[in-house]
Design a protein around this ligand. Structure first.
Ligand SMILES: C[S@@+](CC[C@H](N)C(=O)[O-])C[C@H]1O[C@@H](n2cnc3c(N)ncnc32)[C@H](O)[C@@H]1O
Length: 213
């Protein structure tokens, strides 16, 4: 795997929860991000798209893409006919690349895990690819995603073992299940995140689909 990507990942994972630092890292990375991502062999976008195809078949569905980055997920959803996607991300550099792809109805500099100025219960589906993790969007982001989703809307996200075990996502996901705020629809088998990296050989992710009750 390209050393560039491993260096970028090291920087991201060691930003220590410093918001400004993380945003600057993504601003600087934005122009090379897509090339690094697709060369990495990480299958998460393909799996997320498969889940969107299963759970959000209506191309008119209003979809919130949380932590949209450069828009890799929306670019493919758009090619498959989705035309009402709203992207939010805190990095202006990433948003600029996303804007250039013309696949979003709206793009906003907003953060999962803090107040999001969008109407409650206004989205038919919510996606979050590669964003619910240490130093990025905190476990409380799931509350915000649920608030914005209509009842019955699918919430589709990637999540890593580390985020579950060490960043509080395991407990948060379980507590939302216990309170019946959402119901698990399906979950992939764990997959190796970076198949060509030795340094990140042990990293595993899942794609989860929950429905807001
Ligand atoms: C690994 S990238 C994934 C981008 C895109 N979803 C994709 O899959 O190509 C993580 C993105 O999450 C954004 N991010 C970090 N913290 C966030 C937060 N609290 N809320 C929303 N987005 C956040 C970063 O700016 C970055 O664009």
């Amino acid at each position: 795997m390209s050393g560039d990507l491993e260096e970028r990942l090291d920087a991201v994972y060691h930003s220590g929860g410093d918001r400004g630092k993380l945003d600057t890292i993504y601003d600087d990375w934005a122009r090379d991000y897509d090339q690094n991502l697709w060369a990495s062999g990480n299958p998460y976008i393909a799996l997320m798209i498969g889940m969107v195809g299963r759970h959000v078949p209506d191309p008119r569905a209003r979809i919130l893409d949380g932590g949209c980055g450069t828009g890799n997920l929306a670019q493919i959803m758009s090619l498959l006919g989705h035309s009402n996607i709203v992207g939010i991300d805190p990095s202006d550099g990433m948003l600029e690349i996303a804007r250039s792809k013309n696949c979003y109805a709206e793009l906003h500099n907003m953060l999962l895990g803090s107040t999001i100025n969008l109407p409650e219960e206004s989205f038919d589906a919510v996606t979050a690819a590669g964003v619910l993790t240490h130093g990025h969007a905190p476990p409380e982001s799931l509350d915000g995603m649920l608030t914005l989703a209509k009842p019955g809307a699918p919430i589709i996200f990637s999540i890593s073992q580390i985020a579950i075990d060490e960043s509080g996502f395991g407990e948060k996901i379980a507590s939302l299940e216990r309170s019946r705020a959402w119901v698990l629809k399906e979950k992939t088998e764990p997959f190796r995140t970076y198949p060509f990296s030795e340094q990140y050989a042990s990293l595993r992710h899942w794609i989860c689909v929950y429905t807001k009750t």
